[in-house]
Design a protein around this ligand. Structure first.
Ligand SMILES: [Zn+2]
Length: 470
C-alpha cells in the first residue's frame, strides 16, 4: 500500500489512485465533499493577507455560495467596515428552542511570498495526500467546513433546535488591532451574532506518526504582558568607579528574578488537562500530574513538572527577561540600564499583583517596573459538561479511545473578545495534524487530505448533535 493510500480515507480511492489521482479522487468524492473542496479552493485562492489582501471579496464569495444554496438575503450579511475588510454572518434558522451557537473562523491569513514557497501559496494544490496553500490549516479549513456544512444542512432540510450562526471575520491575525473584525461585530451587530457559546480555532486533534494522541478543546488563554525594568544613575568617568552602578543593580535584580517562580495556581481547565493528560504519559510524569491535580501544589512533583517548559507554563504565571540594554560608551559609568520582561499571566490573575510581585522579587527600589503592553485578558470559558460530553461522543466515532483534553494556550487568539463579551468560546477544530508537522504561518502550509474530509464530517456531525435536542 502506498503512503498516499494509507493517508486517504476510502479504499475506493486507494485502489485506483495510481494513474490519475486528481481525477480519481474527485470522482470518488460525494457531492457534499466535492462542494466543500470547491469552497476551500475558492477561499485559498482569494488572497486575504491581513495587510494587503481582500477579506471583503472572500466574504462576498461565501455569501454568494449561501444565497445560491437558497439562504434568504436576511440570513446572509457581508459587513464591511473598511475597504478590503469584510466579515460574513450567516444564519441557518432553527426552531428557537435554545439560544444560537456560533461557528467562528477567520478569513485573513499571514503573508506568504511566492519566492519562499515551493509552490504558489495562493493556489490550492493537492499533492501526495496533502492540500497545500496559505490558510489551508489556519484558518480556511474551518471557514470552508462551516460554510459547506451549512449548505448541506439546508439541502437536507435539517431543522436545528437553535439557529446555527457562521461568522467569518477579518483581521484575526493581528488580533483585530484596528477594530474591524470581531470587535467591530460585537460593537455594531451584537444582536446578529449573539449566541450561547462559540466554537473557534485554537485546538485540534494531535497526531503522532499518523496516530491520534489527544483531542483538544481550548477554553482559555494566558495573557501576554511586557514590563520594562530600568535603573538610572548620574554616571561618571569609568576610571573612578563607584559601588553604585546601574548595570550591576539591574543585573542583580534580574538574577533574583531568574530564581523566582510564581506560585502554582490551577483552574478548571488546567486541572482537567493534568488529570486527562496523565493518561498519555510515562508512569512518573503521570503520577506527578495526578498529584498536582489533586491539590499538591508544592513539593517534588511540582518541581519535576516545572522543569519541563510546556508543563511549567500550564502551572503558573511566568515572567522572563527577553531584552537588555545599558550604558552609552565604554569609558563612562552607565547612566541607564534597561531590561524587557515578558510575562504570560494566568487568566484571572490581577495584573497589579504581577507587577507588585516583580517589584518585591527584584527587591531594589531603584529598579522601576513599568508595564508597556498588554493584550486583552479574558476569564476561562466554563467546561460545560454537556458540550464536553457531546464532543466525546461524536469524536469517539472518528478517533475511538482518544482522550478529549481541555487546554489553556500560552499564546493568544481573538476568542478573548468573545469571552469578554459573555459568549463562552471553545477552540475545537476537529482538524487532525501531526504534532511534528504544523506549518501554520510558515512555508508550504499544508494539511492532510484525509484530515480535511474527516474534519469536515466531524464538524457536520458535532454541530448537528449540538443543535438537536435528544
Ligand atoms: Zn488562525
Amino acid at each position: 500500500m502506498s503512503a498516499v493510500c494509507r493517508v486517504l480515507a476510502t479504499a475506493l480511492v486507494c485502489a485506483a489512485f495510481g494513474a490519475t489521482p486528481r481525477l480519481v479522487l474527485s470522482q470518488a468524492l460525494q457531492p457534499h465533499q466535492q462542494l466543500a473542496r470547491e469552497i476551500y479552493r475558492e477561499l485559498v485562492e482569494i488572497n486575504t493577507v491581513t495587510g494587503t489582501g481582500d477579506t471583503a471579496r472572500a466574504a462576498e464569495a461565501m455569501a454568494e455560495r449561501l444565497r445560491a444554496a437558497g439562504f434568504a438575503d436576511d440570513d446572509v450579511h457581508v459587513l464591511s467596515p473598511a475597504p478590503r475588510k469584510g466579515n460574513l454572518v450567516a444564519r441557518l434558522r432553527g426552531s428557537g428552542a435554545r439560544k444560537p451557537i456560533l461557528l467562528l473562523a477567520h478569513l485573513d491569513v499571514v503573508e506568504a511570498k511566492r519566492a519562499d514557497w515551493s509552490l504558489d501559496p495562493f493556489q490550492l494544490h493537492e499533492r501526495d495526500g496533502y492540500f497545500y496553500g496559505r490558510g489551508t490549516g489556519d484558518d480556511k479549513f474551518m471557514a470552508a467546513a462551516f460554510v459547506a456544512n451549512l449548505i448541506r444542512y439546508k439541502q437536507e432540510g435539517f431543522k436545528p433546535d437553535r439557529d446555527i450562526l457562521v461568522v467569518l471575520e477579518t483581521d484575526e491575525e493581528i488580533l483585530d488591532r484596528n477594530g474591524v473584525g470581531i470587535q467591530w461585530l460585537l460593537k455594531n451587530h451584537r444582536a446578529l451574532i449573539d449566541a450561547e457559546f462559540a466554537l473557534n480555532e485554537g485546538a485540534g486533534v494531535a497526531l503522532r506518526d499518523g496516530r491520534p494522541l489527544r483531542i483538544g478543546i481550548q477554553t482559555s488563554e494566558k495573557v501576554p504582558v511586557n514590563y520594562v525594568l530600568e535603573v538610572t544613575n548620574p554616571g561618571g568617568h569609568s576610571s573612578l568607579p563607584t559601588k553604585d552602578n546601574a548595570i550591576y543593580r539591574l543585573a542583580e535584580g534580574l538574577v533574583r528574578l531568574s530564581k523566582f517562580e510564581f506560585p502554582v495556581r490551577l483552574n478548571q481547565t488546567t486541572r482537567a488537562w493534568l488529570e486527562r493528560g496523565a493518561l498519555l504519559e510515562e508512569p512518573q510524569v503521570a503520577a506527578d500530574m495526578r498529584s498536582v491535580a489533586s491539590g499538591e501544589l508544592t513539593g517534588t512533583a511540582v518541581e519535576r513538572l516545572s522543569s519541563k517548559p510546556a508543563y511549567n507554563a500550564q502551572l503558573r504565571t511566568t515572567c522572563v527577561a527577553t531584552m537588555l540594554e545599558g550604558g552609552h560608551v565604554f569609558n563612562a559609568l552607565p547612566q541607564t540600564a534597561r531590561a524587557t520582561v515578558n510575562c504570560r499571566v494566568l487568566p484571572g490573575e490581577a495584573m497589579e499583583e504581577v507587577r507588585s510581585t516583580l517589584v518585591r522579587v527584584l527587591a531594589d527600589e531603584q529598579i522601576s517596573v513599568t508595564p508597556t503592553w498588554t493584550h486583552v485578558a479574558s476569564a476561562p470559558s466554563p467546561l460545560d459538561s454537556g458540550l464536553l460530553e457531546t464532543i466525546e461522543r461524536v469524536s469517539a466515532q472518528f478517533w475511538p479511545g482518544v482522550p478529549v483534553i481541555p487546554s489553556m494556550t500560552a499564546g493568544a487568539t481573538d476568542g478573548s473578545f468573545l469571552r469578554n463579551a459573555g459568549i463562552p468560546t471553545y477552540g475545537h477544530s476537529g482538524l487532525a495534524l501531526d504534532v511534528a508537522d504544523v506549518r501554520f504561518h510558515g512555508k508550504d502550509e499544508r494539511i492532510p487530505v484525509k484530515s480535511f474530509y474527516d474534519g469536515l464530517e466531524y464538524q457536520y456531525r458535532l454541530v448537528r448533535a449540538l443543535t438537536s435536542l435528544r
